[in-house]
Design a protein around this ligand. Structure first.
Ligand code: USQ
Length: 382
């Protein structure tokens, strides 16, 4: 397949690019380093040094012989998007090119607007480039489990059959996002659904939970091929943050009551899910939605797990609840269906002590780079 990865410099984009290239697909990555600039502007630099895309592609080629083509450009500009799609004529477009941080989107008007414009414009341009240039291409779009919020009923995979006054129909599952970032993903799904049902595009929307991990088959070949591993309050996801806090001797920052439940997955499983979706595409005129997670935990359970492994390694980990900077339920029902990707062939890597221990070892090797000022939350929802 010819695969175009939008947002190929990101935490997920770069490992995905290497995974597809290693599997023999022809890969182009496109990015404008937006997240790097935002991280720099908010003093949220990643723990591990990740060279720029051209350098990473050269290192990857030198190590494996596989080529990854690089295009640097702002995909929220329609001319850039159209040129790249025209030049690469992809069979599959993997769309990660969004500002991914909920706290960043809640920082103020400028950041909210930037998130809104970038995320919606890139999705819109992607849809139009496909419709005009490669209408048979399959779009694999990264959504988020946060689109659904935390409803008091089971969460289905994207769709819900509703019976009302004796009649039935199927609708997009109701959504109630908890940040402006998550809301842009809701709007993306609506846009995609409009263009799928009107123009017969083929789209898979992956509702993914928070990801953790550093290791993938290709990233492990050379330390310079590592993903951008953030532990700050803005770009770091909770498991990665807790592991760095454990190494830094900072009590694990459980926000509020700690009963917030989410569906987590290992970075390796993101790669599996995206490749499974790409290699078994949606039909023309289908918006296929999968819930992309492998197991659910409360924040307190995660903290206990990290403490358990950290203590075995002599780190003496403490846990401390701090006032919740977000507006979210701290005790709630949470039961998402997630069988679709398993049926496609996903073999999960669960959050074992071994996996957490290996991550802690890698972080310990880089402990001198931890800046503890980046750990406590700096953005409040209200
Ligand atoms: N949390 C803590 N302490 C921390 C950090 C987070 O208790 O130090 C809590 C949060 O309040 C939340 C949960 O942990 O209840 C998850 O937070 P997170 O920062 O790991 O995840 P979130 O902000 O929701 O966003 C991340 C990614 C985003 C993705 C989303 C999937 O940054 O791109 O879409 O996970 S989901 O959460 O399912 O919407």
């Amino acid at each position: 397949m010819r695969v175009l990865i939008l947002g190929g410099d990101g935490y997920l984009g770069w490992p995905t690019a290497m995974d597809f290239a290693a599997a023999g697909h022809e890969v182009t990555v496109a990015d404008n380093y937006l997240r790097r600039h935002m991280a720099e502007a908010t003093e949220s630099d990643a723990l591990l040094v990740a060279p720029n895309l051209s350098e990473r592609a050269a290192i990857f080629k030198g190590t494996t012989g596989h080529e990854i083509h690089v295009r640097i450009g702002d995909l929220s500009d329609p001319d850039v998007m159209f040129d790249i799609v025209r030049d690469t004529t992809p069979d599959t477009i993997i769309h990660y090119a969004e500002q991914p941080s909920a706290p960043y989107s809640m920082r103020g008007f400028r950041e909210a607007r930037e998130t809104f414009q970038n995320n919606l414009d890139v999705t819109f341009n992607c849809i139009w480039a496909v419709k005009e240039i490669v209408p048979e291409a399959h779009v694999v779009k990264l959504g988020t489990m946060g689109e659904y919020g935390t409803p008091n009923i089971d969460i289905e995979e994207g769709w819900l059959e509703i019976e009302h006054k004796g009649r039935k129909d199927t609708f997009l599952y109701p959504r109630a996002a908890g940040s402006l970032y998550h809301t842009t993903k809701v709007l993306d799904t609506d846009l995609l659904w409009f263009y799928v049902r009107t123009y017969g595009l083929r789209v898979t929307d992956l509702m993914q939970g928070p990801v953790y991990g550093i290791s993938t088959d290709e990233a492990d070949l050379d330390p310079r091929l590592c993903p951008n591993f953030h532990y700050d309050d803005i770009f770091g996801t909770v498991v990665n943050r807790f592991l760095v806090q454990a190494v830094a001797g900072v009590p694990l920052t459980v926000y509020g009551g700690g009963g917030q439940t989410r569906g987590y997955l290992n970075l390796r499983d993101t790669l599996q899910c995206v490749r499974l979706a790409a290699e078994k595409p949606a039909e023309s005129g289908e918006l296929r939605i999968f819930n992309q997670l492998t197991e659910t935990f409360t924040v307190s359970e995660l903290a206990e797990r990290v403490k358990g492994v950290g203590d075995q390694m002599g780190l003496g980990v403490e846990i401390k609840s701090i006032p919740n900077p977000r507006k979210e339920k701290e005790e709630h029902y949470y039961n998402p269906t997630h069988s679709g990707l398993i049926e496609l062939g996903l073999e999960p890597h669960y959050m074992t002590e071994g996996i957490l221990g290996a991550m802690l070892e890698r972080i310990i090797e880089n402990r001198d780079r931890i800046v503890t000022d980046r750990i406590m939350p700096r953005v409040r929802w209200s």
